[in-house]
Design a protein around this ligand. Structure first.
Ligand code: AHR
Length: 496
């Protein structure tokens, strides 16, 4: 096979990575909260009932923000049910997931948990059954120092210092017919704008995310986004994007998911810039890609009304991890406009971390690409020039070799992430790093394997995990590498 050349030039930069693109999501859904992060009585639980083994894995992922409490759940949630003495909290029907919500974990517990996890909070307000007034009151409870009804209640509930939550979502997927109290774009735009006004009056330091289309598959996409932005352009700071991918029978199409994500981002950025022009605004709207992942949506498990049911507990294979890596790299390659991105979700529910009630917590295959992107994908994104062979997939022309590169000047490190989706052949690559002066390859981490459908289980928790390749020396900063078919690479250099 012909050699693929990749050129990285240190001055061909795209943007600084916003650390918040390594965020995630925890919803009151299935076993994400209960039996996921919170399980009083578990051998690893701390004095608050937070699972220490799960906290440790989350710290390993270096997650920036965690979106909470939903998701679809938030559209029927009364945040006041989750505060105060636990014995007085009501048990409710959660209509979004047809589950029983015991309300033993609420915003105050989430704040305490986040401190232990080393994560910041991206909170969501209910704009389904909830009103703009509720949104303002929740913010007052969380962020106002004291001396008012809601802030004093927080203090009475044991949190003297304000929670200081700076990032807020104005509802969730309000265009979806599955959403509790779905709205059309005009009605949502008006409701979100009024909620935003109240929230910024309560605390003008907060940043707000308005709902974009729930996915490209929505009939109203991308008109929804245009109309919502026309109503909220001045008040909103980010427009949200959501997208999940699943294997619909053709592995190559599935592997090409990053092409679709790239196209989706380009369309939404254009829509934002169109509204900017209509508004004669100087403000550039940024993107919060606050739900992304691989999700086998067609395999839903039916269940009765239950507390913490086993819901949407996808088991991820090596193939899923490769697709996942391509999606994460696409977020990096759009660092100029995507400022926040949340892997949906974090524990048990379509998640990189999987727990057993009373037992273990393990890393799924997707844990590893997230970990390495988050660990080494911080710094300045470079624009690689590469000439990969192309192949036709359901998303159009698709490169078989997909790169993303980040130069961390502070750490004097350059990292090249590479996804090889060639199903038939290993790919010889020539990596030209001439502009970097003296450098040395220090690590080459690979995810590949013969068993594409292998997944980690409680019995065999390291079946799919990365391995380390031998580093090679370059000739005048030109490196020759052979990248095995169907593989993800993290290639690190020390810039001297
Ligand atoms: O992440 C699971 C669900 O997917 C979320 O609750 C919802 O926002 C989306 O449809």
């Amino acid at each position: 096979m012909e050699k693929v050349k990749i050129y990285l030039e240190k001055d061909f930069t795209l943007a600084e990575v916003d650390d918040r693109i390594y965020s995630s999501f925890l919803e009151h859904l299935g076993r994400a909260i209960y039996e996921g992060i919170y399980e009083p009585g578990h051998p690893c639980a701390d004095e608050n009932g937070f699972r220490r083994d799960v906290l440790e894995l989350i710290r390993e992922l270096r997650v920036s923000h965690v979106r909470y409490p939903g998701g679809n759940f938030v559209s029927g949630y009364d945040w006041k049910d989750g505060i105060g003495p636990k014995e007085n909290r009501p048990t409710r029907l959660d209509l979004a997931w047809k589950s029983i919500e015991p309300n033993q974990f609420g915003i105050d517990e989430f704040v305490d948990w986040s401190k232990k996890a080393g994560t910041e909070i991206m909170a969501a307000v209910n704009l389904g059954t909830g009103s703009p007034r509720d949104a303002g009151e929740m913010l007052e409870y969380c962020n106002f120092p004291g001396g008012t009804y809601w802030s004093d209640l927080r203090i009475k509930n044991g949190h003297k210092d304000p929670h200081n939550i700076k990032l807020w979502c104005l509802g969730n997927e309000m265009d979806g017919d599955w959403q509790i109290c779905q709205l059309n774009a005009v009605d949502y735009g008006k409701k979100a704008r009024e909620a935003a006004k109240i929230m910024k009056w309560v605390d003008d330091s907060v940043e707000l995310v308005v709902c974009g289309s729930a996915s490209v598959l929505q009939k109203t996409y991308p008109e929804w986004d245009r109309i919502v932005l026309e109503h909220t352009y001045d008040e909103a700071d980010y427009l949200s994007m959501h997208r999940y991918y699943e294997n619909e029978g053709n592995d190559l199409d599935f592997l090409a998911s990053f092409v679709d994500m790239d196209d989706f981002i380009n369309t939404i950025v254009s829509t934002c810039d169109y509204v900017k022009a209509v508004k004669r605004s100087r403000k550039r709207m940024m993107i919060s890609f606050d739900e992304w992942n691989v999700w086998y949506q067609k395999k839903q498990t039916p269940h009765d009304w239950m507390q913490a049911p086993h819901l949407i507990e996808d088991q991820y294979s090596l193939l899923d991890a490769l697709v996942f890596a391509g999606l994460g790299m696409t977020l990096i390659n759009h660092a100029d406009r995507v400022k926040i991105a949340c892997l949906a979700q974090l524990v048990n529910v379509i998640a990189p971390i999987f727990t057993e009630k009373g037992g273990k917590a393990i890393r799924q295959s997707t844990f590893y690409p997230f970990k390495y992107l988050s660990q080494y994908g911080r710094g300045t994104v470079l624009k690689p020039v590469s000439k990969s062979p192309m192949v036709e997939t359901r998303y159009g022309d698709t490169p078989l070799l997909y790169p993303a590169a980040v130069y961390n000047q502070g750490a004097e490190e350059l990292t090249l992430f590479c996804l090889n989706i060639n199903q038939n052949e290993d790919m010889p690559v020539e990596l030209d790093l001439r502009s970097f002066g003296r450098l040395e390859m220090i690590e080459h981490i690979v995810m590949d394997g013969k068993e594409l459908r292998a997944a980690n289980t409680f019995a065999d928790e390291t079946r799919v995990c990365p391995h380390v390749e031998k580093v090679v020396a370059g000739e005048k900063n030109v490196y020759e590498l052979m990248l095995p078919k169907l593989s993800f690479h993290v290639i690190r250099f020390k810039v001297k």
